[in-house]
Design a protein around this ligand. Structure first.
Ligand code: NDP
Ligand code: 2IT
Length: 449
């Protein structure tokens, strides 16, 4: 391997030995950009890679709140302001008990590449808390969000850092966060958060954007290989924001979605998933996916057991991991390949382990990498920001048309980069190289900062 690259990987590993997800994300990118580094000896002189693997700022804070029984609780809050190279820090907030510095930094790192691919002026960030929203009342969620924002507000702003949702953070949480921000600032700064409800400055189609965007990318990728979604069987992990709207668009494109999951298990409905039922369970009642069987007794339920998610045991043409990182491992990849999978689309961030991705690519499975394939959410967040700046709204159709155009552009960028560097059909490498080239030239232009 290129000497400069291996030196940076080794040094970054020493510095972050306790951060496995972060190192996984860094190595995945650095290992795929070798041909670019070979062409640009000047990168080493300005320590370009060393700067790229160090976030501009990591903010860590205490979040005290009071539960419904009057008991005081304390959680940890994070905001990783990773890069402001091409725009204000931009990226979601995740509320999940697994949240830690490694996960926040990996998500922040991924976000700078993803945001660069959109072609829009947004930097990269991520934040969140180890707070577990499951089983909490609306009042508890509101008090937690208010406490979280009481610290976060001093670090964000429409031209500084613009958070949005991620796992455990949707329109309800964004509403409470926005209300508290507005109260502290005593000014209406609509563009400080995205994913807002339509009633006070949100964008139509933001809710649908990540899932729809994923399917636009899948359509482009399949079509480049003379294939399509029409008549294909699809399995989806997760049943949250990304999974639900990926399912909706996949169905609209003529595919049959037969499985979805949550952290407890997965349902299999060979007649095709009844998405209205999933929406009622997940978006309205905030229930468990198993409840699908109450109204669909013909469906089957498989509980999560070992280290491998049962949703990947189901025979499918197209698999869409839309839940969380490292949810599709080598064991899953082997079963999918054995069952004849033709494409995997990453709706979640880093859902495939490195050995799973390698195995899929070696077996000629098309892989739509997260950085590119799930960028529709943040791209539509940027469209929400521009509507807020203009004090104007686009229609649903206008936003969706812009999203579709952006996803086609992203696919073409990935394809061009993979072709240019001799990796025809490998969009994982294509996405990394296309994003890296854009970031690297902006870094050179802005000097040593
Ligand atoms: P939601 O909170 O709406 O849904 C998350 C889904 O994933 C739920 O079904 C949840 O199940 C499941 N899940 C979460 N953690 C785990 C876990 N450790 N093991 C198994 N299942 C799990 O989140 P989103 O749909 O917004 O996010 C899903 C993924 O997509 C994440 O990786 C996120 O980073 C990524 N993403 C999100 C974007 C967005 O705009 N929202 C944009 C781009 C990427 P349960 O309810 O049981 O916890
Ligand atoms: O991972 C992601 O891209 C998101 N959670 C969306 C971020 C955003 O700012 O809309």
């Amino acid at each position: 391997m290129n000497e400069y690259l291996s030196k940076v990987i080794e040094h970054t590993q020493q510095l972050n030995a306790d951060q496995p997800e972060y190192m996984q994300a860094v190595k995945e990118v650095l290992n795929s950009i070798e041909p670019v580094i070979e062409r640009h000896k000047e990168y080493e002189e300005c320590a370009l890679l060393e700067r790229m693997v160090e976030p501009e700022r990591c903010i860590l804070f205490r979040v005290p709140w009071v539960d419904d029984n009057g008991k005081v609780k304390v959680n940890r809050g994070y905001r990783i302001q990773y890069s402001s190279l091409i725009g204000p820090y931009k990226g979601g907030l995740r509320f999940h008990p697994s949240v830690n510095l490694s996960i926040m930094k990996f998500l922040g790192f991924e976000q700078i590449f993803k945001n660069a691919l959109t072609g829009l002026p947004i930097g990269g960030a991520k934040g969140g808390s180890d707070f577990d929203p499951k089983g909490k009342t609306d009042g508890e969620i509101m008090r937690f969000c208010q406490s979280f924002m009481t610290e976060l507000y001093r670090h964000i702003g429409a031209d500084v850092d613009v958070p949005a949702g991620d796992i455990g953070v949707g329109a309800r949480e964004i509403g409470y966060l926005f209300g508290q921000y507005k109260r502290i600032r005593d000014a209406y700064e609509g563009g400080v958060l995205t994913g807002k409800d339509i009633s006070y400055g949100g964008s139509l189609a933001r809710k649908e954007a990540t899932g729809y965007g994923l399917m636009f990318f899948m359509r482009e990728m399949l079509s480049a290989h003379n294939n399509s979604l029409q008549g294909k069987t699809v399995t989806i992990s997760g049943s949250g924001n990304v999974a639900i709207y990926a399912c909706e668009k996949a169905q609209a494109m003529g595919a049959k979605v037969v499985a979805m999951s949550d952290s407890n298990g997965c349902i299999y409905d060979e007649n095709g998933i009844d998405l209205d039922c999933i929406k009622e369970i997940k978006e309205v009642r905030r229930g468990r996916i198993k409840e699908y069987l109450n109204t669909h007794p013909e469906a089957e339920y498989f509980e999560n057991t070992g280290s491998h998610s049962p949703v990947w045991n189901i025979k499918t043409d197209i698999a869409l991991p839309c839940a969380t990182q490292n949810e599709l491992n080598l064991e899953s990849a082997k079963i999918l390949v054995q069952n004849g999978v033709i494409a995997v689309g990453e709706g979640a961030n880093m859902p495939c382990t490195q050995d799973a991705t390698d195995y899929l690519l070696e077996h000629n499975v098309l892989v739509a990498p997260a950085k590119a394939a799930n960028a529709g959410g943040v791209a539509t967040s940027a469209i929400e920001m521009s509507q807020n700046s203009m004090r104007f709204y686009y229609t649903f159709e206008e936003v969706e048309a812009k999203l579709e155009k952006i996803m086609i552009h992203i696919f073409n960028e990935c394809k061009t980069a993979s072709d240019d560097f001799g990796h025809h059909g490998n969009y994982v490498i294509g996405a990394n190289i296309a994003a890296f080239q854009k970031l690297a030239s902006a870094m050179i232009a802005q000097g040593i900062v």
